[in-house]
Every structure is written in structure tokens, then in C-alpha cells.
Write a protein that binds this ligand. Structure first.
Ligand code: ADE
Length: 224
């Protein structure tokens, strides 16, 4: 898989994409993540990536040309399955969408910034607009990092224990059951006996019950 991320603040993406599981997934060749600075595609006199909005509102708007030039150059090298724009007014991102994106070959993520992007980019270039929640971030970079992280960690081979991505929270619309590690007794708070029993059928049954009970209590909307 290949993920190209377009941004005006590439520094914001460095650490989230280059540590831990994402770092190892790239080293293993499971994914190639390339960050592009849109300023490198701004060829006007002042190398501007943003400009004042028509209509006289406050704030700046990302210019269309650097975005078109960057994406057109990428498209000359390979075809893309999705060109995603991160924006608070996009469709809500969730685990189902992460699963779907992880099956694709090449995707582009355009990080929104300032007041947003010239609407012609959204009309004529973008294939999918995603929001990570109903709140407004300074820019789409953190949203892009979240999307890349959640997609890459479920690529086969990204996580050591092959089954662990499938038992994640949300994979079957259930919250994950509680987990514990040693010691079995911490300050008098004991790990549930069943987990120490060695009876894997009973353990699995307990985990399912707990997942269902926690989902019903904390996120009943997931069960509907
Ligand atoms: N950019 C700013 N806020 C955002 C959000 N909630 N989701 C995606 N991109 C954003």
C-alpha cells in the first residue's frame, strides 16, 4: 500500500508516522508513506499556498493550483483509489472506513488548513471527505495521521500478533473486554478468577459477555 499525504505543515506529521508500529510497517515494506510539502508546488511570485477568500470573510483559503499540480504529478506516476480531504464537515471516519481503506492500493490524503481549501479542489479532485469528529482542529494533519495510523495497523503483518487487530475494539461493533497483567492481586484488587483458570472456552465466553455488557452500558448506539 502507498499513502501520499499533502500538507502545508509537514513537520506536524513527522513523529506520528515514524515511530512504533507505523515505523516498523514501513521498514517491513507493508506500506510506503510519503509526505509532500505543498509549498514545493507553489510557483507564483511569492510561492503562496493560501490567499484571501473572495467575498471578504476573515481567514485564508488554500489555493487550488499547488494542490492540482502536486496531485497531477503523483497521478502521472501511479493511479490512486481515493483522494481524501480531511475536514470537519466531511463524513465521520470510523473503523469500517479504516478497514475499507486498508484494502486499497494507493491513496492520497490532502490535509485541510486555514479556512479550508478552494472549493474547486473538492468539486473536481477529491473523491472522499472525512472528519475524525465533531470538533475543529487547527488543521487536517492530525486527522491525516489518525487515518494513516488506523489503516496501517490493520495491514496484515503490521502487528506482531496476527489476531490482535481483529480483536480490536469496534471490529465487530463491540467495545473490547477488560485486560489485565501481572500481578494477579494489586493492592487487594484481584484479576477475575476466570482469566487465571486456563480454561480457554470459559475465558472466551467471559470476554464476549464483558464486551457486550460494556458496549450496552457505554456505547449502546453501536448495538443498534
Ligand atoms: N480539520 C479540522 N478539524 C478536523 C476534523 N474534525 N476532522 C478532520 N479534519 C479536520
Amino acid at each position: 500500500m502507498r499513502i501520499d499525504i499533502l500538507t502545508v505543515v509537514p513537520e506536524l506529521l513527522q513523529s506520528p508516522l515514524n515511530e512504533s508500529i507505523l515505523k516498523r510497517a514501513q521498514q517491513k515494506g507493508l506500506v510506503e508513506i510519503c509526505v509532500h510539502n505543498l509549498r514545493d508546488y507553489a510557483f507564483d511570485k511569492h510561492r503562496q499556498v493560501d490567499d484571501y477568500p473572495f467575498g471578504g470573510e476573515a481567514g485564508m483559503v488554500m489555493k487550488a493550483e499547488p494542490i492540482f499540480l502536486c496531485i497531477e504529478e503523483l497521478q502521472r506516476q501511479r493511479s490512486y483509489d481515493e483522494i481524501i480531504y480531511t475536514s470537519p464537515d466531511g463524513r465521520r471516519y470510523d473503523q469500517h472506513e479504516a478497514n475499507r481503506l486498508s484494502t486499497l492500493g494507493n491513496i492520497i490524503i490532502l490535509c485541510g488548513h486555514y479556512k479550508g481549501v478552494d472549493y474547486r479542489v473538492r468539486e473536481h479532485l477529491i473523491t472522499s471527505e472525512l472528519s475524525i469528529g465533531d470538533y475543529v482542529l487547527t488543521g487536517g494533519e492530525l486527522a491525516a495521521a489518525i487515518i494513516a495510523d488506523s489503516v496501517v495497523r490493520i495491514l496484515p503483518g503490521a502487528i506482531g500478533d496476527g489476531s490482535s487487530a481483529l480483536t480490536d475494539c469496534f471490529q465487530d461493533n463491540l467495545l473490547a473486554p477488560p485486560v489485565y497483567t501481572r500481578p494477579a492481586d494489586f493492592r487487594g484488587w484481584k484479576v477475575p478468577d476466570v482469566l487465571l483458570s486456563g480454561n480457554f472456552a470459559e475465558i472466551e465466553k467471559w470476554q464476549e459477555q464483558q464486551a457486550f455488557e460494556r458496549t450496552e452500558r457505554l456505547r449502546p448506539d453501536l448495538l443498534r
